[in-house]
Ligand binder design. Sequence first.
Ligand code: CA
Length: 222
Amino acid sequence: MSTILIAEDTASIASFVEKGLRAAGYQCQVVGDGPTALLMARSDAYDLMILDIGLPGMDGFEVLGQLRAGGSRLPVVILTARDSVIDTVAGLEGGANDYVTKPFQFAELLARVRLRLAEPGPATPSGGNDLVVGELRLDLLARRVSVEGASHDLTAREFGLLEVLMKHPDQVLSREQLLGMVWSMDFDPSSNVVDVFIRSLHAKVGARRIETVRGMGYRLRS
Ligand code: CA
C-alpha cells in the first residue's frame, strides 16, 4: 500500500483529499506548513507528496526546491489555485512531477496520483492507464474515450464524470452524488450542470450507454 504525504494548510481541502485517497486505498498523512512538509518528505516514509503552493512558513515551490536540492526523487503532485503559466514553469523547473489546479475534481487528482505512483488502482484491471467498461475504454492519461473504434477527446469535466460513472457500472448515481464526486467542493445542488455534461457525453459515447433513471439519477450500462 502506498503512503501519501498531503501538504495542505486549508483544513477542508486537506480533509477532502485525505478522505478520497483513503477511500481509494492509500495511507495518508496531512501536514499544514512548509517546514514540516519538507521534513516529512525527506523521511523516506512516503511514496508521493501532494503539495499545496500557498503554505505557511515556506511556500510549496521552496519546499520542492529544497527537496530536489537534497537529491530526493519523491514524486510530487502540486495542488494549487495558481494556474498561471509563470507558476507552472517555476514548478517544473523546481522538479514537480505533475499539477492539479484548484478548484479540482477528485477524480483528476486521483488519476494524477495513480499515474505518478505507476500503480494501477483497483479500477484499472487491464493493468495500464485505461479504464474499461463494456465497449468503452477510457484513457486516464490522455483523457480520451474510445468506443466502437472511434476516439473522442474529453473536457476535464466530461472526463471526471465519465470516470466516476465507469467506476460504478450499472449503479444509479444521483445528481448530488455526481456533483460531489466530480465537481467536488464548489457545487450548487440545484445546478443542472450534471445534466448538461451527461448530454455532451451522450454525444460522444452514445445515449443508450448512460441511462437516465427518472427521479433517481444516471447509470452507465455495462
Ligand atoms: Ca494553501
